[in-house]
Design a binder for this molecule. Structure first.
Ligand SMILES: [Zn+2]
Length: 264
């Protein structure tokens, strides 16, 4: 494990920028780049999504724009490159792939992802925004819009700070699940293979023609362990451009009684 310089974690460098420029969400990346004299340009790059080059005092971020359809993704990429610039032990030239995956074999890439997440979704703001609220898909969507980040980036950040028992995953046609994030209190074991009773499976296999569904299930619909007997809520969102379903599973609470399923 890398020893952080002065024990400072990557997130701390992001918080210092937020404080120095007195920033509020949505974080103004242009203002940051202007203040610190960083040029951002789109280039037809090969094999990398973005690159930071510091040479002769000039700081340049080059973005492979062909890969970036969404503004939210572009923002995360720029924030990631700003991370390489501000984290003192990172190199002066960083070519990046898999930005935002948080699972690179190169820890420097994961540190830049952590930095980007902390810069775009400041800890103090997000804690205030989720205080006293259940983590629902609607809340994640609302806050993703407010902070101008992707659903995935927002989910990861919210699950880091919530007390709720929640897991977020991608569900694919063959039943494969990729967990994106889970909250600290989550400890259940997901069932392997296809979960035919789930809304996620029905959406991806074309048995349910809705883009967004909320369903109540018994605990063992999704989980294989038998330690818990409570009801769960599945909220699924079909992402046709990726041919996958984004699914949030949480413990059923009494407030779910008051939420209208007709909203979906
Ligand atoms: Zn990088």
């Amino acid at each position: 494990m890398r020893k952080y310089i002065n024990d400072k974690k990557p997130e701390i460098y992001a918080e210092e920028i937020i404080q120095a420029l007195n920033l509020e969400p949505p974080i103004d990346l242009e203002k940051i780049c202007e203040y610190y004299d960083v040029n951002v340009n789109n280039e037809p790059l090969k094999n990398v999504e973005a690159i930071l080059i510091i040479s002769k005092g000039k700081k340049n971020i080059l973005i492979n724009e062909s890969k970036y359809i969404y503004n939210e993704r572009k923002r995360f990429t720029i924030a990631h490159e700003i991370g390489h610039l501000f984290i003192p032990w990172h190199d002066n030239i960083s070519g990046c792939t898999g930005i935002g995956n948080f699972n690179s074999e190169d820890n420097v890439e994961n540190e830049a992802d952590l930095f980007a997440s902390a810069l775009l979704i400041p800890k103090n703001d997000i804690i205030k925004d989720i205080e006293g609220k259940s983590v629902t898909l609607s809340l994640i969507e609302e806050l993703a819009r407010k902070y101008q980040v992707s659903l995935g980036a927002m989910t990861r950040r919210i699950l880091k700070y919530t007390d709720d028992n929640v897991v977020a995953l991608f569900y694919f046609k063959n039943g494969k699940k990729i967990v994106q994030a889970s909250s600290a209190s989550f400890s259940s074991s997901l069932k392997s293979g296809k979960i035919k009773e789930s809304a996620a499976d029905k959406m991806i296999t074309g048995k349910m023609y809705k883009s967004k569904v909320l369903q109540e299930h018994t605990y063992n619909t999704w989980f294989s362990d038998s330690k818990e007997g409570y009801m769960i809520v599945e909220e699924s969102l079909y992402q046709s451009n990726f041919d996958r379903v984004f699914t949030l599973i949480r413990k059923y609470t009494f407030t779910d009684n008051n939420e209208s399923i007709l909203d979906f």
